[in-house]
Write a protein that binds this ligand. Structure first.
Ligand SMILES: C[S@@+](CC[C@H](N)C(=O)[O-])C[C@H]1O[C@@H](n2cnc3c(N)ncnc32)[C@H](O)[C@@H]1O
Length: 306
């Protein structure tokens, strides 16, 4: 397995198993938030604004991975949009719509785009892996047009149960397994608070300065990890997420073993995680989920004092 240099602890997004895992995660999130873009009035208004002005909406996807989101958005919105995906890994193979392109670049080195260029910058499950997330968020602001929107989506790799039941008592294997993933991320150089709460960090950073960013809107319904729900939509989301969750033991294995946990311990914890995920009659696992949305205020940053 080829790994992107630390701090990224997962396999390359185009490796077969990782590609399948990311695809399942994408389908779960799309259903969970009700489309490729979240149902936010500010996004609707920017779409309409670009349409009225007769210009293409420019969208940047950070960490575009398999390219599935970028390709789908460019197909869904057609002529009205131009989508660029950026990723450190090789660009996706196969055909892309004419209005969709990919750039191979390490976003730790800044975004290689002009000021005030994009209408939307979209991040799903990527910012946790960068070295200095606030430097990246400042650069996202630079490449956004005034009024342009930043969307950041992530889960917390912890388990919740319904009605606030205590997870450690009911799903001890899952709690143990996710603790091992954190150890793996730490051993790969990702700090724990980023791994366990990136959306909160992004939200708080955006909220710090309401001169620069509008107050962040947060959609935060927990996402089901397996198809336990009697509600058909929740059950379908759970089925997609289950495919993703079942692939985590392999995806994180190298990182976790690097942290000093033995192969045997990891294999036991992985089996317990898979067992508890599959016990849909008795164990209703969910992850905290957040989609953070904020727009760039029109003001310019003050020039440095002479
Ligand atoms: C967990 S995947 C998420 C992929 C995609 N956004 C999705 O939701 O399916 C994170 C992606 O970020 C990319 N990535 C990680 N560190 C990066 C960096 N420093 N610069 C650019 N891309 C990076 C990885 O290659 C991977 O494709």
């Amino acid at each position: 397995m080829h790994h992107i240099s630390p701090p990224y602890p997962l396999p390359q997004p185009f490796e077969h198993n990782e590609l399948e895992r990311l695809r399942a995660q994408h389908l779960a999130v799309k259903l969970h938030i009700g489309g490729l873009l979240p149902p936010s009035a500010s996004i609707q208004s920017i779409l309409e604004h670009a349409k009225d002005a007769g210009r293409k909406l420019r969208v940047l996807e950070l960490g575009s991975g398999s390219g599935v989101w970028a390709k789908e958005l460019s197909t869904e919105l057609g002529e009205a949009v131009e989508v660029v995906g950026i990723d450190k890994a090789l660009s996706p193979s196969g055909d892309s719509p004419a209005n969709c392109s990919f750039v191979q670049h390490d976003i730790n080195h800044g975004l290689p785009f002009a000021n005030d260029y994009f209408d939307i910058v979209h991040d799903s499950f990527t910012i946790w892996a960068v070295e200095e997330f606030h430097i990246l968020v400042d650069d996202i602001r630079r490449v956004l047009r005034p009024g342009g929107i930043f969307i950041s989506i992530d889960v917390v790799l912890e388990v919740l149960l319904e009605e606030g039941k205590e997870a450690r008592g009911i799903a001890p294997g899952s709690v143990r397994f996710l603790e091992m993933l954190k150890a793996g991320a730490l051993a790969s150089g990702v700090t724990l608070n980023r791994f366990t709460g990136m959306s909160t960090l992004v939200r708080d950073y955006l909220a710090l300065d309401d001169f620069l960013w509008s107050p962040p809107e947060v959609l935060n319904e927990p996402i089901p990890c397996s198809p336990w729900s009697s509600d058909p939509k929740m059950k379908e989301i759970g089925s997609f997420w289950f495919k993703n969750a079942s692939a985590l033991p392999l995806a994180f294995k190298e990182g976790v073993l690097r942290s000093g946990i033995s192969e045997e311990e990891y294999s036991e914890a992985s089996d317990a995680w898979l067992r508890e995920l599959s016990d849909v009659e008795n164990i209703h696992l969910m992850h905290p989920f957040a989609c953070v949305i904020s727009s760039k205020r029109s003001h310019q940053l003050a020039s440095p004092l002479p």
